[in-house]
Design a protein around this ligand. Structure first.
Ligand code: GLU
Length: 484
């Protein structure tokens, strides 16, 4: 089913019920990738008819998140388009017009029952050990629908449905999967079950891609398409996203954070997209790091797996590091604005970029920036215990440590502080002191940074500059002397 046509229209149809968690975003990404690849259109629709679950501000949060991720929609809120409005509560007249058509065809009826009556039907079915179905209780003389009662769909033909899900394959369900569901509630608003069918049709959606939780309802939707004489779109259900243990469905407790949180935690949108795409899809090769363009190029519904996809945050962290490395320093610089340590506030753009270039390969998230760079901008407090607690360095003893530091200070003072000359100076120091790099370089590194790790020593020293290095070595010597 590898179409290649620009008439493809896919959609993402979130409900504004709260923040958008990572699992939901995958339901936006896959249809987006498909539409972009085929030169089609990706539509965004807001499904806000469930007023009990409506959360003020959630729509904006969802739109901001999609914008940040770079999942750009062609039509929808903030964009407009020929098929609007794209928010369901602004489309009520459409649903009512279609409801009227169904009534005229005899495929919809006003539900006359009170909650108590329905309850008694349920109890009876239970006592008789059979499934409760509304269609067993179709009123023989339903009242004229005046909007005060729910409007129920009357399934025209009760039969077995067989269909092909573009991901899950050939499927079928028996008559028990069909029932008379509510089309319009007594508050005048349509149900999701009704509204999304109408909207998908009116908006020309060719591929309906969504989560697996909808799969059991598909026969109901098919029966409604048939009643409306609407052609079925391509239907695809995406596999569940599983918790890191690979057993249960991913829940908020398993780290299914909002995308916004990942942003503040220093993740790049590129890495998020790459990670989300890998939840249930691969291109059949060993490639793991994909740019958005590569995803668009390679994505196919056929390669979406049927089994659940494990949410492995460690992989996301790894991917984030990979994507950080790929950025030009100037680009990275733009993105880390909010992540610098306070000590860097006064530093020049040039100084920051120099530091950034040094630590870029070590950043797993942008949040690592302070830990990796603080000592470039502020005098660190010497902590001689970092030497005495270091397995290699503790063997040196105080006198040798001091003499190595002092020899280093003298030698480094004679360098012109280009990275090359620093490297030569350091190499000569290895010879004269007869030390291994693992000892001497670790010692100098600690004495100038008092940080657990730092980039290549010559580069670090070059960025710090002669004056700072000399001063820090002196401070280190003084701190060690005062302890002994
Ligand atoms: N409004 C539904 C939701 O947010 C969308 C389901 C669909 O994609 O059709 O879960």
């Amino acid at each position: 089913m590898s179409e290649n046509n620009a008439s493809i229209r896919t959609r993402f149809a979130p409900s504004p019920t709260g923040y958008i968690h990572v699992g939901n975003v995958r339901s936006a990404l896959f249809p987006y990738l498909l539409a972009k690849q085929q030169g089609g259109k990706f539509v965004l629709r807001i499904e806000d008819t469930d007023r009990a679950r409506f959360v003020e501000g959630a729509t904006d949060m969802i739109l901001d998140t999609l914008e940040w991720l770079g999942i750009d929609w062609d039509e929808g809120p903030r964009k407009g388009g020929d098929y609007g409005p794209y928010t369901q509560t602004e489309r009520l007249d459409h649903y009512h017009a279609w409801a009227q058509k169904l009534i005229e065809k005899g495929y919809a009826y006003a539900d006359p029952y009170t909650a108590e009556e329905v309850e008694s039907f349920r109890d009876k079915a239970k006592a008789e050990k059979r499934a409760f179905l509304y269609r067993d209780h179709r009123p023989s003389n339903p009242p004229i629908w005046d909007g005060s009662q729910p409007l129920r769909f009357k399934v025209p033909v009760i039969k077995r449905y067989t269909w092909t899900d573009a991901v899950m394959g050939e499927l079928s369900a028996g008559e028990e999967a069909l029932d008379d569901f509510i089309l319009i509630k007594s508050d005048g608003l349509p149900t999701y079950n009704f509204a999304h069918i109408i909207d998908d049709y009116e908006m020309g959606i060719t591929h309906v891609i969504r989560g697996l939780e909808y799969i059991a309802s598909i026969p109901k939707y098919l029966s409604l398409y048939d009643a409306l004489e609407i052609e079925w779109p391509v239907i695809a259900c995406l596999p569940h996203i599983l918790a890191p243990d690979g057993k249960k469905k991913l829940g908020k407790r398993d780290g299914a954070k909002s995308v916004q949180e990942y942003k503040t935690d220093g993740y790049l949108p590129e890495a998020m997209l790459n990670f989300l795409a890998s939840l249930g899809w691969n291109d059949g090769t060993e490639q793991e790091v994909f740019t958005k363009e590569e995803l668009i190029d390679k994505f196919s519904l056929e390669r979406v797996q049927r089994s659940g996809a494990r949410f492995d945050e460690q992989r996301l962290i790894w991917l984030n590091g990979q994507h950080i490395r790929k950025l030009a320093v100037d680009d990275l610089f733009e993105r880390v604005t909010d992540f610098w340590p306070a000590a860097a506030t006064e530093a020049s753009e040039q100084a920051k970029k120099q530091v950034l270039a040094l630590v870029q390969d070590r950043l797993k998230t942008l949040r690592d920036l302070p830990l990796l760079t603080e000592y470039f901008f502020a005098e660190p407090t010497p902590e001689p215990t970092m030497i005495t607690e270091n397995k290699q360095l503790s063997k040196l003893g105080t006198d040798e440590t001091l003499s190595l530091l002092s020899a280093s200070r003298t030698a480094l003072e004679a360098s012109d502080y280009t990275p090359d000359d620093l490297q030569n100076t350091l190499n000569r120091l290895l010879e004269t002191t007869e030390q291994k790099p693992g000892v001497l370089f670790s010692l100098i590194r600690l004495a100038v940074s008092w940080a657990p790790f730092s980039p290549a020593l010559n580069d670090t020293l070059a960025v710090l500059g002669k004056e700072t290095v000399t001063l820090r070595l002196t401070r280190a010597i003084e701190a060690i002397e005062s302890r002994s």
